[in-house]
Design a protein around this ligand. Structure first.
Ligand code: IMP
Length: 179
């Protein structure tokens, strides 16, 4: 384990098994359709590429970014779209792939964003959920793991742009960010 981590919350093997299940869920739900799978950069990137290889649905891939923490561990106010999609989602089924639902603000913002763009439907698949931190009412349609209120890194999630490439999901030591 990385020395900056307190403990591993979800192992590589547990992630792989759950991602397969999520992929099968998408296969059932979107059979015979051609949805756009949207990766919310950067945190969802690792999950996105594993998830889409675990589903048999034909998908278009697209990418966007929403402002979030910067080098902090507490979400700062209203999220903003900072990088737009490559393609139009008007009339399309959208699969939004999220790393973690924390306060829920990003999800509310993105559901509104896709509705404004005329998406036919929006299905949110989240790797992690921290329900104890929610400040606005919003929920993913499929969640891989629920976690307690701790700062999480690995498998795409960062602190100050580090730790995204850890193959497991871990709690970051408080001493790393409480300096
Ligand atoms: P929300 O808008 O508060 O739900 O926050 C969503 C974004 O904050 C996520 O997409 C993550 O990028 C980031 N985030 C929330 N909690 C964590 C965490 O524990 N570790 C790393 N990033 C996090």
């Amino acid at each position: 384990m990385h020395p900056d981590c307190e403990r591993i919350l979800v192992s590589e093997e547990e992630i792989a098994a759950r991602v397969k299940e999520a992929g099968r869920w998408l296969t059932e739900k979107f059979r015979g359709t051609f949805p756009v799978a949207v990766c919310n950069l950067k945190g969802s990137s690792v999950f996105f590429s594993d998830l889409l290889r675990a589903t048999q649905v034909d998908v278009e891939m697209d990418f966007m970014a929403v402002s979030s923490y910067g080098a902090q561990t507490i979400s700062a106010g209203q999220p903003k779209v900072t990088r737009d999609l490559f393609s139009s989602v008007a009339g399309r089924d959208v699969i939004l792939v999220e790393d973690i639902v924390d306060t829920g603000r990003t999800l509310v913002t993105l559901r509104r964003f896709f509705a404004d763009r005329g998406a036919k439907s929006v299905t949110v698949v989240a790797l992690l959920d921290k329900p104890s931190r929610r400040v606005v009412d919003s929920q993913a349609d499929y969640t891989c793991f629920e976690v307690e209120d701790a700062f999480i890194v690995g498998y795409g999630l960062d602190y100050a742009e580090r730790y995204r490439n850890l193959p497991y999901i871990a709690e970051l030591k408080r001493s790393v960010y409480e300096k």
